[in-house]
Design a protein around this ligand. Sequence first.
Ligand SMILES: [Fe+2]
Length: 290
Amino acid sequence: MRSHILGRIALDQERLAQDLAHLAAVPTVEEEYDEFSNGFWKNIPLYNASGASDDRLYRDLHGAPAQPTGHVEHVPYLNEIITTVFDVERLQMARTRNLKNAVVIPHRDFVELDRGLDQYFRTHVMLEDSPLAFHSDDDTVIHMRAGEIWYLDAAAVHSAVNFGEFSRQSLCVDLAFDGAFDEKEAFADASVYTSDVSPAIHERKPFTKEREAGILALSGVIGRENFRDILFLLSKVHYTYDVHPSETYEWLVAVSKEAGDDKMVEKAERIRDFAIGARAFGERFSLTTW
Ligand SMILES: [Fe+2]
């Protein structure tokens, strides 16, 4: 796992609650890359390429400053965190992200963009602590605690889940660098940077042959009408069992093959390549049209 804790801030719960109340009142809309998630997934852009309040698409700014959206004036505390903790010269995008009773399928980010993958620096400031919310990064599953600032290696295969109904709001701040950099350069306030906070690693059960056989038996269940549900179900397995998140797609391909439906096999291979392989900028994918 390359993801790690960068620092920690003490959250002012009173001011945070006021900002979160505004975010809760913003209507939920279809998200960019909505095909990656089910359940409740709500992203609200605070800074982006255009300044438009409904522009949720991450784009490379190539040195141009990120623009504040109309939401910023309603979340003064979050804006203060963004502008005082981080080096806004590097800011590409800042958005709040909430996930409830939902999973984001294993995927890699930034593959449709231009820079070297190591030039993108995605951070998460966890605003609320939902005990059943986890992130995965390659071989590790972590629980981010409120106030922690994480570097999330979004170029690796990763995923997120919240098994509960508790709100799990996080502030996702994307920065980008040209050339080599020290991660301390991400911060305007160097005092928040620390490398000595131990992460909360989520313990998982061993992934056994019996468990794998149980998963492959889904070939007797899968059909075009539940293909999407099976994908989301399989996406949750690696949170409980010690297995790589990319196996999600190998199982989906295998059970589709065993079920004998070539269209499902093709779709399973395509969603695998789309999510963790290469995809074109703005390319979309449907899990429900055949
Ligand atoms: Fe991601």
